[in-house]
Design a binder for this molecule. Structure first.
Ligand code: TXA
Ligand code: MG
Length: 335
């Protein structure tokens, strides 16, 4: 199959929407990361997403809608708190797990009776949902386990020959995937995956916001998890990632001890580093924006082992910290 690169002209967005209506899979830009989209109600199309990614069948897909008011069409009940959150955060990088109805096939929900609903704010994605008239199921558009794509080029690298087209909508703004939440009771939510909608922001609307322990700690094999994605290896480049929680000087002495062929450091902008290195921004927003791109670039230049200076886990930094600790397979050096 040839994979066509489409641009953000209305004509090309119409082509992308036609593909979705016809049951094809298309790489789509969003404000978080690029997604691999297809009609969420078409079982064959959804199976093709799982096949293209090599994704385990029990890991559910998020369903993307043009407006939160459409959520009633695909869910069996919506708590009042969800409407209040939608008013504040939709469109945007928030996914709410809700009880699904029969219009969402079990293939899409990975066998669960819930569905993650998200209303993306990226104008290209929004327009394609509108033009197709379909709810669009879309996981991140990477090969399963690899860092998520934040440019159309990244999607091409992973998906060329496997999907109908990729729409180039520029570089993703946030650079980390959406915040995923579930509802614990009428006034509290649980963060299943941290993102740009932070705990502090959720607390402006919710009485209580629980951070699921699996966000920062490895889950034991066979343990019950709140979100299937927590079980799987994620965001990992080919290079071995080691997260180092240390100040600037202590970080450098860790790298010095281990420095060898193929060893790189990933540090903050402004850090002085005498070793082979890349930088990934000076604050948490920049780090979120750049992290996945840097992990891909480190593979391209042949890095074998990468010591990463751990980000501050505050605000959107918690999302960066979470992606890195998983990329590192929970291998952390603390000094
Ligand atoms: O920003 C995003 O969310 C991107 C863009 C494309 O929208 N999508 C994305 O999808 O990151 P994916 O499939 O790569 O990650 C979705 C995560 C997985 O960890 C999955 O297990 C969890 O959300 N998830 C989806 N539906 C769920 C559900 N019904 N219950 C619990 N967890 C769910
Ligand atoms: Mg993903």
């Amino acid at each position: 199959m040839d994979t066509f690169l489409l641009n953000n002209s209305e004509n090309d967005l119409l082509k992308a929407a036609e593909h979705i209506k016809n049951g094809n899979v298309v790489g789509l830009p969003t404000e978080t990361v690029y997604g691999l989209g297809a009609d969420a109600t078409n079982e064959a199309a959804v199976r093709a997403i799982f096949a293209a990614k090599g994704r385990p069948a029990d890991n559910p897909l998020i369903v993307h809608l043009a407006d939160f008011s459409d959520a009633v069409k695909f869910t069996s009940s919506i708590p009042e708190l969800a409407y209040r959150l939608a008013e504040r955060f939709c469109p945007g990088p928030l996914t709410m797990v809700l009880p699904k109805n029969d219009r969402i096939p079990m293939v899409t929900s990975g066998g669960l009776d819930t569905v993650g609903i998200r209303v993306p704010s990226h104008p290209v994605m929004h327009r394609i949902i509108e033009l197709s008239g379909c709810p669009i199921a879309a996981p991140s558009a990477n090969i399963s386990g690899y860092p998520s794509p934040t440019t159309a080029g990244h999607v091409m690298r992973d998906m060329q020959g496997k999907i109908a087209a990729v729409v180039d909508g520029g570089q993703s703004d946030f650079g980390v995937e959406s915040t995923v939440i579930s509802f614990d009771d009428e006034n509290s939510v649980r963060i299943l995956r941290p993102g740009a909608v932070t705990r502090e922001m959720l607390l402006e609307i919710c009485g209580n916001v629980v951070i699921d322990p699996a966000i920062l700690h490895e889950v034991a094999e066979g343990a019950k998890v709140a979100s299937p994605g927590m079980k799987y290896k994620h965001y990992s480049p080919k290079a071995d990632i080691i997260m180092v929680e240390a100040d600037h000087d202590a970080f450098l002495s860790v790298v010095e001890k281990e420095y060898d062929e193929g060893v790189y450091a990933l540090v903050f902008d402004g850090d002085t580093c005498p070793y082979r290195h890349m930088t990934y921004g000076a604050d948490s927003s920049q780090q979120a924006h750049l992290l996945f791109q840097r992990l891909r670039e480190l593979d391209e230049i042949g890095a074998k082992k990468v010591f990463v200076r751990a980000p501050s886990p505050e605000g959107i930094g918690l999302a960066v910290y979470n992606r890195l600790i998983r990329a590192a397979g929970f291998e952390v050096i603390r000094v």
